[in-house]
Ligand binder design. Structure first.
Ligand SMILES: [Zn+2]
Length: 388
């Protein structure tokens, strides 16, 4: 009986601490009085929770000298000087490693980029080296590393079972391998799920419990936040709308099939269409410049990608009924004018009632921010469950 009570009170304490951590994350540096008011917890509970979070190294106090006016109550903020996390983004063409405080602020100065190597071992070697380089410059405690990857992540098997656009990741778990090499906790997260977490933690989805994220950069990835949880399915592989066949005799997809939605609706698809038209390789940057300066020359290709992106967006809205659908992309979603044209086409492809229920936004959130959000989510989630 006594033991039961103890377990309950520990859980309750942790839930309060997590709640407070979320408030600090959203509010920025705050006094205990502010935290009490905003969190709805009592002053003694806030005080105890802050002490515990300080001890765990999740938050830090600002020296009163740094404050300008008012009573000298010390401010509490997410640990930025005394603690850090790393984010690793593994992607088809470029990878990046970024260091950030627990406030999640990412900067160019703390970012390292590398061209994605040809083999898995070379990839690990290169990322390990960049991580060590960044870790060398960190004086505080490193709480963990978020590793964002494309492809199908099977959570039960803890591996990337299949990666259509980067096969060197097939049957691998770079998070586990990096943890072994670096001696730091690493968490493996599917990149679109990471974007969902990032949008909810740092972006426009703050406070939203039901929204979806469509990543149309390289592959076509979908993350769905349903009732405040990332929709996982049986093994974490739910949401693969990119491999719905839309053109049975279309071009070969990385998954082995033909005419998947992802071969027609993504930035990469448009780049490939431009390359086919010109009869030579085209880089994504080049493609952006070409459709920006002479769209008339590529009207057919732009229209095709626009049409299929609209079909993808409509499918997500019809199936999942999100309050907001975020679209993460560069060539079409990154331009107001071109995105407006996509939205026009969406109207024609979506059930009217479902569309009326949904806001569609282009998101500027980045995969490096998402990798940081993934590790921050892991840190808070392993500490205590979220209670609403
Ligand atoms: Zn496919």
């Amino acid at each position: 009986m006594h033991k039961q009570n103890r377990i309950e009170s520990t859980l309750l304490r942790r839930i309060n601490e997590r709640r407070l951590l979320e408030v600090i994350q959203q509010q920025g540096p705050s006094s205990r009085a502010t935290l009490t008011r905003v969190s709805g917890l009592t002053a003694p509970t806030v005080s105890k929770a802050v002490d515990s979070l300080l001890k765990r190294g999740f938050v830090e106090e600002l020296d009163p000298l740094e404050q300008t006016l008012g009573r000298p109550g010390r401010l509490v903020r997410m640990a930025a000087d005394s603690a850090a996390v790393l984010g690793v983004v593994i992607d088809v063409q470029t990878c990046c490693v970024v260091a950030a405080g627990l406030d999640g602020h990412v900067s160019e100065q703390q970012t390292r980029r590398l061209a994605t190597p040809k083999t898995y071992v070379e990839l690990l070697d290169a990322i390990e080296q960049q991580c060590r380089d960044l870790l060398g410059g960190i004086t505080g405690r490193v709480h963990g590393i978020g590793v964002s990857v494309p492809g199908l992540v099977n959570e039960r098997l803890q591996e990337i079972v299949f990666c259509p656009n980067l096969h060197l990741l097939d049957k691998r778990n770079p998070a586990r391998d990096l943890a072994d090499r670096l001696g730091v906790d690493c968490v493996l997260v599917q990149e679109t799920d990471a974007l969902c977490l990032s949008e909810r933690m740092y972006g426009d989805a703050r406070g939203l419990h039901d929204f979806a994220m469509l990543d149309v950069t390289t592959g076509l990835g979908l993350g769905v936040m349903s009732g405040g949880q990332v929709l996982a399915g049986h093994s974490g592989m739910a949401g693969e709308v990119g491999h719905i066949t839309v053109a049975p005799d279309g071009s070969r997809c990385g998954c082995g099939n033909r005419g998947c939605l992802e071969t027609l609706a993504t930035d990469m698809a448009l780049v490939r269409m431009l390359a086919d038209k010109l009869g030579r390789p085209v880089t994504p940057d080049e493609a952006a410049a070409m459709i920006g300066t002479r769209p008339g020359d590529f009207q057919h290709e732009i229209r095709t990608a626009t049409e299929y992106l609209a079909i993808a967006i409509a499918a997500v809205i019809n199936i999942f009924n999100p309050t907001t659908l975020f679209v993460h992309g560069v060539l079409l979603a990154g331009s107001d004018e071109r995105f407006a044209r996509v939205l026009e086409r969406v109207k024609q492809r979506t059930l009217t009632a479902s569309l009326a229920d949904c806001t569609i936004l282009a998101t500027r959130s980045s995969k490096r921010q998402a990798a940081i959000a993934a590790i921050m989510h892991q840190l808070t989630n392993t500490w205590a469950p979220s209670i609403r």
